[in-house]
Structure formats: structure tokens, C-alpha cells
Design a protein around this ligand. Structure first.
Ligand code: NDP
Length: 350
């Protein structure tokens, strides 16, 4: 059985979802209540592969909210993740994906040191960050969506925001080895890590976000920001492809600006309906078929019976592993979301 550990994007979102899911006692509560709420299994899942194979899984809501980081409730945030992992293991789940901020908190706060959670000794090989599949899908989105927009990669400047992160560094490695892009701009805050990435790649220009955006034909957003940033679309090149892989989204607005195309990054579409309700809660356009690539990684590991922490640690994603999970992804009927036209026309940009 596979598992997915997820969280909602904000306190407002959590309150609305609690009401919808039939937990009215959670719906009017503030952040302190969520800090003490235990993990819950809120969905059971059945997935059928394109090969006909069927698997079952469970969705564990950790009750973590990004506001816990913003308001420095670090202890609560770390407890959420470690308790959700123990909960998944206690329920006999073989391989569980740590969605969104779960793996970021696990790594940033060295949670591998906390192996004992009450009577559960965590077996880390039962968990995966899902980041190898996420990086693979984002790279496929870069390739296919740029072609759809007539952006020639050999003439393109690509900015990766969050370049030194786990997903961002894998995307940079792939862009460097598998494409002939003209320029690679590396965006993050820590200069030492940027220099190290530049040395590893043998190319790429470290740059701050404001300087990089107007130069980029393609922007890959994979920064771990608890809140999205606002971008002035008039400063962007046209056409400009923005692939937003953040969760919560790195961009806090939607664009209806001619020539600026925002694609939901790291999202896959399955070729068959999935029996679950959780993706309507996180506002997928087609909730029965669309999901986060990291969650799909846990499904792929279950389909293939690769019971191992396939994606683990930081900045260790190799092209070989991206190829391997990519082949499994295609085999079982997942494809990268390429819906450039279904952008909600919410923001006024001109
Ligand atoms: P990491 O923590 O490994 O890396 C985050 C990167 O973002 C680092 O390069 C960091 O560098 C940079 N960063 C953070 N804040 C800022 C900022 N304000 N400005 C510029 N750069 C910044 O994260 P992951 O690679 O694991 O995840 C990245 C994103 O992808 C997250 O939003 C996560 O939730 C999402 N995600 C999506 C998945 C999907 O299936 N679609 C799956 C898993 C994750 P520095 O600190 O030096 O600035």
C-alpha cells in the first residue's frame, strides 16, 4: 500500500476544507489549534495503471500549515511531519511520499535524528520525497510547453528560481546535460550554495530574482516560499513561459497578460480516473486525474514494488534516476500537465 502525506496551503484554506470534509470542530479554529491537531487519514485511494494493475493507498493530512514557519512555530511544524510519518507507518503503509513542505521541513530541521516517535521506530526507507519524479515532470514541461509556444531552447534564457534546492538543482542538471539552452540564470538567496552549484554545472549565472526575470524566456519556479511573490508582468519578455512548481504556489497572482503563459509545474495527469476526493480539496482543475508529481512517485514505487526511499536527502537527484522514474511514469499512464490554455483569467495586467 502507498501513502501520501500532504498539507493545506494556508489557515484560510484549512478552515474551508475542514468544513467541507465534515470536521466542523476544526473549521473556526486558529493557528494554535492546528499546531496541536494530530495527523488524520482523510482519504483512501484506488489507482489503476495503464497496464491494468490496481493499487490502494491512503492520504494522511499532517495538519501542518505554512503559517507555522512564518510565525516561527518551528517545533509544531516539525512535530506535524514526524507524527504524520509515524501515523503512516503505524497503518502499515509501505511507501509514503512527503508532499510539499513535508520533505523540506524534514531536511531543514534534521528530522532524521528523531527516529523514535512514541512506540514507533521510523523506518526511513518507507518514505520518499517524490522530488525525482517532480523534477522529471518539470523538465518535460519545459521541453514540451516551450515547443508549443514556439520558444526555441537553443535561443532561450532559462531562470530557475530555487536553483540550489533539491528540485531546482536537478532541473539545472537536466537543462545543462540534456538541452542546448543559451543561458541559465541561477536564482536563490544563499550565495555560497549558488557558487557551489555553478561549479558543479560548470555554467550558470547567479542572479537575484528582480534582475533575472526580465531576461528570461522561461522561468522555472521551485523556491520553498511559504507565500507567493508578486511579479509585474510588464517587465517580462514576450513570449514568457512561467512554470510554477511551488506548493504553495511561488506566484501569488494569475496572469491574463498577452504573451505571458503560466503553467502549473510538477503536476501530472493520469490517463484513468483515480478513485479519491483529495485533489478537489487542493483545487486541481480535473481532480480525478490531476495530481502532484511527488504523490505520483509513491504510486509508481508501489506499482513497481520498489519499496525504497527512491528520493532522499538533498541535491542527490541524478539524471539516471530521473530517467528511471520517467519510464515508470509513462508506463503506468501519467503525463505532464501541459494545459497552457486553461489559465483562470483573474488578474488584470494591463
Ligand atoms: P528546497 O528547500 O530543497 O529548495 C528550495 C530552494 O528555494 C532553495 O534554492 C532556496 O535557496 C530557494 N528559496 C527559498 N526561498 C527563496 C526566496 N525567497 N527567493 C529565492 N529563492 C528562495 O525545496 P524543494 O526543492 O524540495 O521544493 C521546492 C518547491 O517545490 C516547494 O515549494 C515545494 O513545496 C514544491 N514541491 C512541489 C512538488 C510537486 O509535486 N509539484 C513536490 C515537492 C515539492 P535559498 O534558501 O538560498 O534562497
Amino acid at each position: 500500500m502507498f501513502g501520501l502525506i500532504g498539507h493545506l496551503t494556508s489557515l484560510d484554506h484549512a478552515q474551508a476544507v475542514a468544513r467541507d470534509l465534515g470536521y466542523p470542530e476544526y473549521a473556526d479554529q486558529g493557528i494554535d489549534f492546528w499546531c496541536s491537531a494530530p495527523p488524520q487519514i482523510v482519504d483512501t485511494i484506488k489507482v489503476t495503471s495503464a497496464t491494468g494493475q490496481q493499487i490502494e493507498g491512503k492520504y494522511v493530512e499532517s495538519c501542518f500549515l505554512p503559517e507555522m514557519l512564518a510565525s516561527r512555530r518551528i517545533k509544531a511544524a516539525t512535530r506535524k511531519i514526524i507524527n504524520a510519518m509515524a501515523h503512516a507507518q503505524k497503518h502499515g503503509i509501505d511507501i509514503t511520499a512527503l508532499g510539499g513542505f513535508s520533505s523540506i521541513i524534514f531536511e531543514n530541521f534534521n528530522l532524521s535524528q528523531i527516529q523514535q516517535v512514541r512506540n514507533v521506530t521510523l523506518e526511513f526507507e518507507r518514505f520518499t520525497t517524490g522530488n525525482t519524479h517532480t523534477a522529471y515532470i518539470i523538465c518535460q514541461q519545459v521541453k514540451a510547453a516551450s515547443a508549443m509556444l514556439g520558444i526555441n531552447l537553443s535561443d532561450a534564457t532559462v531562470a530557475v528560481c530555487g536553483a540550489t534546492g533539491d528540485i531546482g538543482s536537478a532541473v539545472c542538471r537536466w537543462l545543462n546535460a540534456r538541452t542546448d539552452i543559451k543561458d541559465l540564470l541561477l536564482v536563490a538567496r544563499n550565495q555560497e550554495r549558488l557558487q557551489n552549484l555553478q561549479s558543479e554545472l560548470g555554467r550558470g549565472t547567479p542572479m537575484d530574482l528582480e534582475t533575472a526575470l526580465p531576461k528570461a524566456d522561461i522561468v522555472v519556479w521551485v523556491a520553498s516560499m511559504p507565500k507567493g511573490v508578486t511579479v509585474d508582468p510588464t517587465t517580462l519578455k514576450r513570449p514568457c513561459l512561467m512554470i510554477d512548481g511551488g506548493y504553495p504556489k511561488n506566484l501569488d497572482q494569475q496572469f491574463s497578460f498577452e504573451g505571458v503563459h503560466v503553467l502549473k509545474g510538477g503536476i501530472v495527469e493520469h490517463s484513468l480516473d483515480i478513485d479519491w476526493k483529495i485533489m478537489s480539496i487542493v483545487n486541481m482543475d480535473v481532480p480525478a486525474r490531476q495530481l502532484f508529481a511527488c504523490f505520483a512517485e509513491a504510486m509508481l514505487l508501489e506499482f513497481e514494488k520498489w519499496y525504497t526511499n527512491f528520493s532522499w536527502g538533498r541535491n542527490q537527484i541524478t539524471l539516471e534516476k530521473m530517467d528511471m522514474i520517467g519510464q515508470a511514469s509513462v508506463k503506468h499512464g501519467f503525463r505532464p500537465l501541459l494545459d497552457l490554455n486553461r489559465q483562470p483569467l483573474a488578474a488584470k495586467a494591463s
